[in-house]
Design a protein around this ligand. Structure first.
Ligand code: FAD
Length: 405
């Protein structure tokens, strides 16, 4: 398929309230939102600051990979893009094994026990974003790229926003999907709460001596969790959460020393690490917008919430925002209401913020529990994990929740 034409010219600069929704930010979440809303019949535009890179099987696997839960795959399926993602390059996993470095206590999730074929897929961020972008044109989404919103003004029946060096545009609703640093959130005066983990997630793709067995492995170490996620080509993608100074030290190691250190950190679960790609490191923090809503504006994806990667849920939460927003807007339209009326946006904002808060605090608690050092607490943690592994119904509830069931 050819690269989707990106519109920059006057044809995209509609005046008046011709647009129902303008989504700002075309990452995985924003692009999915634009596609879902256009497919639901809303006149939609997508404003993105950077032209996405075309995905190619010839390119090295993107360093940013995500574990997609069944709820996310169902949405991508519904949007018609999942088959072209699945057939390109994905790492299916049927098991998840999480263990505690200090006590050895482990919890194991099995797709078969949950009555499913798979628990999820490890997928490149760039692949999902690109497939979504390819689908935007036929869905009638106006793509305005490269462009960024520099300000906005709320009018009676719409919101008018300014793009650098261009005529203002207006829509009934502005959707901020512009990432964790969301400039639109700042423009709307929405504050955030949370905490810095003072940690970085070091990522790389590695070759291991033994096969990954289509299992997502995660070892909880007192410095932070280390995940080894199965890639389609037999390698594993690592997310190694480390305190800031330790992350810097690990980033500065030469490849052999890095692979040796990683082997030790993974307790050689997959044997020695025999090759690795260049590394990258991301700062980790818990961040929740105090509200997901302003006048004629909503937040979604990382603009609304940023969670610890230990549960691999960041994008999955963002895609659940997309579903909730689409359903709220559809219900409003069916009832003949203004889709950006305050009470319509409140329904979306309340539901998603409370669900995200529960998840974010749960992941945060898990991150804290694994930093316990006192012997009685460590022993209690080990006991708790062993108990959880044997408590079928509770374990199933956890697995269903992660799957978005
Ligand atoms: C180490 C690590 C591991 C992770 N692992 C997982 C995982 O296993 N599973 C999972 O679900 N999640 C995971 N995540 C989280 C996941 O990567 C993010 O939640 C997700 O990428 C956020 O998507 P988004 O579309 O909301 O934001 P982004 O991907 O940040 O997209 C925002 C977009 O907005 C654009 N933009 C910004 N400002 C403007 C502007 N003013 N105007 C126009 N456009 C603008 C940007 O160019 C960008 O394209 C992980 C994160 C990290 C750091």
């Amino acid at each position: 398929m050819n690269a989707p034409a990106t519109l920059r010219g006057e044809s995209t600069r509609r005046r008046g309230p011709a647009l129902d929704v303008a989504v700002v930010g075309g990452g995985m979440v924003g692009a999915a939102a634009a596609l879902a809303l256009a497919r639901a019949g809303f006149a939609t535009a997508l404003v993105e600051a950077r032209e996405p890179t075309a995905w190619s099987a010839q390119h090295e696997v993107d360093l940013r990979v995500v574990g997609l839960a069944p709820s996310s795959i169902a949405l991508l399926h519904e949007l018609g893009v999942w088959p072209s993602i699945r057939d390109a390059r994905v790492g299916p996993y049927a098991h998840m094994h999480v263990w505690d470095a200090e006590t050895g206590a482990a919890i194991h999730f099995d797709a078969a026990t949950e009555g499913r074929d798979l628990l999820g897929y490890i997928v490149e961020n760039n692949l999902v974003q690109w497939r979504l972008w390819q689908a935007l044109e036929s869905a009638g989404v106006q793509r305005i790229c490269p462009a960024h919103v520099s300000g906005y003004e709320v009018l009676d029946d719409r919101i008018q926003f300014t793009l650098a060096d261009a005529q203002p545009l207006s829509a009934r609703l502005l959707v901020a999907a512009d990432g964790a640093g969301s400039p639109l959130r700042a423009l709307a005066g929405i504050e955030t709460e949370g905490r810095e983990y003072a940690q970085r997630g070091v990522v790389a793709h590695v070759v291991t001596e033994r096969p990954h067995e289509h299992t997502a492995w995660q070892r909880f170490i007192d410095t932070g969790p280390l995940a080894l996620l199965p890639l389609a080509d037999g390698r594993s993608s690592i997310v190694w959460s480390l305190p800031e100074a330790e992350a810097q030290r690990v980033m500065a190691l030469d490849d052999q020393a890095f692979m040796d250190a990683l082997g030790v950190a993974s307790d050689f679960r997959l044997g020695r690490i025999t090759a690795c790609t260049p590394r990258a490191a991301f700062p980790l923090k818990l961040q929740l917008a105090k509200t997901y809503q302003a006048e004629r504006l909503v937040l979604l994806g990382d603009a609304a919430h940023m969670v610890h990667p230990l549960a691999g849920q960041g994008v999955n939460l963002g895609l659940r925002d997309v579903l909730e927003l689409r359903d709220s807007l559809l219900a409003a339209r069916d009832a003949g209401l203004d889709i950006a009326a305050a009470h319509v946006l409140r329904r979306y904002a309340r539901r998603r913020r409370s669900a995200d808060t529960l998840d974010a605090l749960g992941f945060d608690a898990l991150a804290r529990i694994y930093q316990w050092h006192a012997a009685p607490l460590v022993a209690a943690r080990g006991l708790g994990v062993r108990l959880l592994d044997r408590l079928g119904p509770l374990k199933r509830r956890l697995a269903e929740h992660a799957a978005g069931v």
